[in-house]
Structures are given as structure tokens and as C-alpha cells.
Design a protein around this ligand. Sequence first.
Ligand SMILES: Cc1ncc(COP(=O)(O)O)c(C=O)c1O
Length: 401
Amino acid sequence: MVLKTMQERCSVEANTRLKSLPTYVFAWLDELKEQARSRGADLIDLGMGNPDQPMPKPIVQAIQKAFEDPSNHGYPAFKGKDSFRQAVSSWMKTRYGVEIDPKTETLCLSGSKEGLAHLTMAYIGEHDVSLVPEIYYPVHSRATWLVGGDVHHLPMKAENGFLPDLNNIPASVLEKARLLFLNYPNNPTGAVANIDFYQKAVAFCKQHNIILVSDLAYGEITYDGYVAPSIFEVPGAKDIAIEFHSFSKSFNMAGARIGFAVGNADIIQNLYALRTNVGYGTPSALQDGAVAALNNGPLYLKDIVATYKERRDVVVNGFKSLGWPAEAPKATLYVWLKVPKGFTSPEWTQHLMDTADVVVSPGHAFGTGGEGYFRVSLVSPVETLQKAIARLEANGIRYIS
Ligand SMILES: Cc1ncc(COP(=O)(O)O)c(C=O)c1O
């Protein structure tokens, strides 16, 4: 027998849609990091948004206990356990003051990312259009491209508070538009939306018969007294909207892969119908952990948010001291900063890595609208963030307008 030392290439290619997706910038960033590490660099990685803190202990214990119960060992209920859906409904009532029917208006998800992709699969066909602000979390556009739909990117400018312009969309696009994606508090800009904007967005979606998809992954990570609203605080939003919530950032549960959708019963039903074809629901024991998180939400969030706030202040003040026009975001785990004159965002990212061994995310990773910016994540301890700022300073990094 001949032992193979090299893996053989498979000559069957991926389909055209997958092959023609734009390069995933984070894969490029991984390669840069790999190269830097192979030359011995001790990188400080402020690029990714992966929470570094542990899940609160009582949540871990609830999951452990639940896994010991054989009733949690079979396939989970597709829509989620009754106890989970009830906890979601109660959370929506106490946290946001909105009424959500646990039976028809909630759905358990294995993370909000796949829920967003599955919703797209349920509603977008070839040449249907998704409206997506031009700075976006990648799945908001990529899922549409993967199913053969078209994305129309909406202008999203700093001078408008990074809110998308819903006014100048050509009629030919509006006719084909089926989904509008909104994500506030926003990754990567840290921008927030108020109820007035949500009211306009709901009216716009009703007028044009477009589903409003609100991605509220950062709804609980807010600072300085700011409280993020749910789209369902707008009267009548339930006629046309669905909202995605995540446990990943709120409760340091990114590794548990659990989230939920709430909203219009028909939209929830179609998302559920799609999911029955491709999966089996979220492990029941993890749902018990998520119930423990929701039942004591404010208690856990207090410490988690305080930790991020302290880090945010270190990063914002640090960049200010280097000449940046930095503003403290009211929410999220990110600080969004301008690239100095003379660099594109990938060039700037590479420059920081080469000169100071500091990794940030280039703005263009979040769509063409992100060019000219870079994102710093708050997922490292204060000491590491201070070290990163000191390294930048020691290497002469300063803002040039
Ligand atoms: C805007 C946004 N939505 C959704 C997600 C996905 O979250 P989850 O871990 O629930 O899939 C993320 C993760 O970074 C995000 O930034």
C-alpha cells in the first residue's frame, strides 16, 4: 500500500454562487496574522469580535444539570422547548415592554447568524432583492448572494449617524425588494437607532411590502444610560417585522450557539418551515442554560457591560491621545475609527500589523461603505488594550486627517 503524504485535490468545484462570492476579508486577515506569527511577531489581536470572558457560572451549571437529564438527550423540539419560548416572551415583556406570543411568535435558533441566513433562504429567490446598508455584518448580504438573489446597498454615512438612507431607492429595485436588514446597535460602527428611525423604517416596509429584519445582536451591550429599543416598540411593527436576538455577546455564550427570533407569526412560521428541512433545532440542555440567562439577565449583564465600558474608555481615550477624532460608542463591543490619510483600510491594517504587531479589522471587511475606517474590538483585558495603545505610540502611529 502506498502511503499518501499530500492530500489530493478534489476536481469537483463548488457551485458558481459560492465561488463568485467576494473574498471573505477575515480569511485574508487570518493569512496576514499567520505570516506575522511565522516571523515571530507577538500579535495583540483586536480584530475579531469573539467574547473573551467566561459564561456566568450559574448558566454553565444549568447546562450541565440539563445534560444529565435523559429527557434532554433526544432530538430537540424544532421550535424550542415551551419553557424556552415562555422565557423569551417574558424577557420581551420585561425588557422591552412588548407582547410576544410564545407559541406563534418565537423561535429558538442555533445562533442568530444561521437564523438570518435561513430567513434569507425562506424569502429570497433568484433576482429577488435584499436591501442592506452599505456597511454590514457579512451574512446580511452574503446569504442573499448564495441563493441567487441581488443585494441593493443603501448609503450609510457618518453625517447621518450611520443610519441608511431609505429615500432614494429606484422604483425598479423596490418592486423586487423582499427584505430590509437593519442592525442597531450596529456592528461595526457602534451606531444606534432611535424609535423615530424605526417608525420610519416600519412605515417604509409596510408601504412597499418588504419584511423588516432587525438584527438586535448587541441590544444589551449599551453604555452611559442608553437603552436600545426593539423594533416591536413601534406600534404595528408586528405586521411586517422579525427580530433576531443573540445570547453570544449578552451572556458570553458565543460557543453555545443559541439565539432566538421573535415577530410576525407568518414570518416565524416560514422561518420554522425552512429550518425543518435543514436542521434539528438547538440542543435542549443549551436552551435550559439560555432560560437561566434570561431569568437573571440584568444581574449578569451588569458585570458584562461594566467590563466592556471600561475597555471602551481605554480604547477611545487611547486613540484620542494619538490624535484620533474618536467618539465613544453608546453600544456594542467595537470602536470604529477613521483610517489616516494616505492609506486604504487594508493597507492601514497591514501597516499596524507590520509596525506595531497590532491587529484590527479593516473597514472594507464590512462592505464598500466601510472603506476609510477600521474597527477595534473590545474583547481583550484592559491591560492588553493599554499595551496596544502604548505600542502604537512607541511606533509613531498618529492620526493624519
Ligand atoms: C450584527 C451581528 N449579528 C449577528 C451575529 C451573530 O451572532 P450569533 O453568535 O448569535 O450567531 C453577530 C456576531 O458577531 C453580529 O455581529
